[in-house]
Design a protein around this ligand. Structure first.
Ligand SMILES: Cc1cc2nc3c(=O)[nH]c(=O)nc-3n(C[C@H](O)[C@H](O)[C@H](O)COP(=O)(O)O)c2cc1C
Length: 150
């Protein structure tokens, strides 16, 4: 069964709201035959990445970049997963207070290095997620999961 791995750093209620919406979309009625695995970024391993067929990444913007937790994840898995995971689909969401530019740039840069294929537009939210923001997160999860259906 194809596997979707969600790797997330979720330190606050606003990040949690985005994570839950992404998870809800990825496991929605109509998404058949896709196993969804979720890992906190500090506990995700290269084996998790190698075992999965697609990825969703979630992080706050911190000090102009992705969280240290998600960066640590990439630091750990980059070389063990390089080449083997090339071409696999991914999506991401970023929550920030006012400016998520550096976090987005970092995610786009590292995933380009890995050769992953972005399967949906990244979702960025600043401040408290509104209804439309939550819906965009849901769509992100559903889109990436649906792409893994046989
Ligand atoms: C140390 C620190 C640095 C931060 N740096 C940024 C930043 O560079 N850009 C930004 O948009 N938000 C920044 N934030 C805000 C966080 O992204 C935000 O707190 C996080 O997404 C959780 O959202 P919440 O506090 O609204 O629940 C920072 C927060 C902290 C604590």
């Amino acid at each position: 069964m194809p596997t979707l791995l969600i790797v997330h750093h979720t330190p606050s209620p606003n990040c949690q709201a985005m994570f839950e919406a992404v998870l809800s979309g990825a496991t929605a009625d109509g998404i058949e035959g896709v196993k969804v695995v979720r890992r906190a970024a500090l506990s995700a391993t290269a084996a998790d990445v190698l075992d999965a067929d697609g990825y969703l990444l979630g992080t706050p913007a911190n000090l102009g970049y992705m969280s240290g937790a998600l960066k640590h994840f990439f630091d750990q898995v980059y070389y063990p997963c390089l080449d083997t995971t090339r071409g696999r689909p991914f999506g991401y969401y970023v929550h920030g207070g006012n400016d998520v530019t550096g976090a987005v740039r970092g995610i786009e840069s590292i995933t380009t290095g890995l050769g992953w294929r972005r399967a949906a537009d990244g979702v960025t939210v600043t401040g408290e997620p509104g209804k439309a923001d939550v819906e965009r997160c849901w769509e992100l999860g559903a889109t990436v999961a649906a792409g893994l259906m046989d």
